[in-house]
Design a protein around this ligand. Structure first.
Ligand code: ATP
Ligand code: MG
Length: 180
């Protein structure tokens, strides 16, 4: 399973629909200060279901929507789609590619899609559980995170080890079944 591409439209500084393709090995994103590099990382977190505005460097829900510039007017939605290759079936879907989309409008209407089908945020979370990808995964390491792990409390560090070792999924399923 690996990241194939991401398409960003109306998200933060990306007024024009922008598609980035990644190869199997590694990719680097370079650019001057303020050109939108971190906004790409934010877009990846956001499409994978990030609900903490702080983690995507925003204060209000609408902060993810392009707010206008000298050249273009503000947009009324932000949309991000991400495609993973799934030949190895790491994601429990019988398809070679899995596309996840999140879209939000200024009036607050919001939706998530998996392969163009409307789903709940919960479905996105469950899809990526224990894959290392996703909101609770540690595939995106932001500035200061390493420091935070080293200085975290034992129970917080335990959560990180649970996710890395693949038992977070079972803990999640237990919590879900206890709710019923
Ligand atoms: P650095 O090298 O300094 O880390 P960067 O390439 O990571 O820079 P970003 O933080 O990704 O830059 O982008 C910041 C830019 O995105 C700012 O110019 C900011 O105005 C713009 N931006 C953020 N949110 C929006 C929005 N909703 N609408 C329009 N522009 C936005
Ligand atoms: Mg940056």
């Amino acid at each position: 399973m690996n990241l194939k591409s991401i398409e960003i439209h109306g998200f933060k500084s990306f007024a024009n629909k922008t598609k980035l393709k990644f190869n199997n090995r590694f990719s680097l994103i370079v650019g001057p200060n303020g050109s939108g590099k971190s906004n790409i990382a934010d877009a990846i977190r956001w499409v994978l279901g990030e609900t903490s505005l702080k983690n995507i460097r925003g204060e209000n829900l609408s902060d993810v929507i392009f707010s206008g510039s000298d050249l273009s007017k503000a947009m009324n939605f932000a949309k991000v789609s991400i495609i993973f290759s799934n030949e190895d079936r790491k994601l429990p879907i019988e398809l070679d590619e899995v596309e996840v989309t999140r879209k939000v409008y200024r009036d607050g209407e919001s939706k998530y899609l998996i392969n163009n089908k409307n789903v709940r945020l919960k479905d996105i979370r469950e899809l990526f559980l224990d894959t290392g990808v996703g909101k609770e995964g540690y595939s995106i390491i932001s500035q200061g995170k390493i420091d935070e792990i080293l200085s975290s409390k034992p129970n917080e560090r335990r959560k990180i080890i649970d996710e890395a070792s693949g038992i977070a999924k079972f803990k999640y399923q237990k919590e879900e079944s206890l709710k019923k």
